[in-house]
Ligand binder design. Sequence first.
Ligand code: 13P
Length: 258
Amino acid sequence: MKNKIVAGNWKMNNTFSEAEDLLVAIAESIEDMRLETEIIICPPALYLEMATDIAQESNFYVGAQNVAYAEKGAYTGEISAAMLKSVDVDFCIVGHSERRNYFHETDEELAKKIDILLANQINPIFCCGESLTDRENGNFKQVIENQIKNTLFHLSVEQFENITIAYEPIWAIGTGLTATPQQAQEVHAFIRKLIEEKYGTEMAYNTYILYGGSCNAKNALDLFSCTDVDGGLIGGASLSAQDFVEIVNAAETCTKND
Ligand code: 13P
């Protein structure tokens, strides 16, 4: 039995008090649940310390949404991996399509971010996924393969053990257009095969591959029931404690049925 991971990416949402209310509501909802599922909440950087404070008394992990590719110094506005670690952050999203598209992050920069996170004992959640054009052209697998190889495959076995992957087709993010379970399964199995070829069968099995893109309380069970879908990276639906906890419950159901 492999348990699931449900991660919430809040993106640029919530004021301080809204963030506090949501964190407390999630903590209260999961308080009495004997969870197999690992929960990771990724609020905006400003609220990370509050989140790790609340997490200390609860059973969720805290992740950042971004990190600087440099160690320290004159990088106005950036937040370093050491800073994240100093407020007990355990995970960090890297390579989200919004950062690739709006902030022009390249594979080369993303590889540096992965390295600096690992050097600071923070687990990267690496996002990959194709655009609608790539999907329609039929070259989506090549795009995903390039993203993964360019950014992750320089890692040693010991380093790669700390990587979580999120498959997030860009056409499904925030659009209400979810990948079908078959589409998700096809890509997840493909990613697992790539890992197997590079790092072996055991690593391929052990690596968590999450699905993200309009995953919600209604479709989570079908998606998480796919053999190679190890959970979800949730955007919009992670902004409601009730919806988020329903998604966690879907993950629990899948683990128990496994
Ligand atoms: P939505 O769940 O809002 O589609 O966002 C998915 C996502 O981008 C998570 O990182």
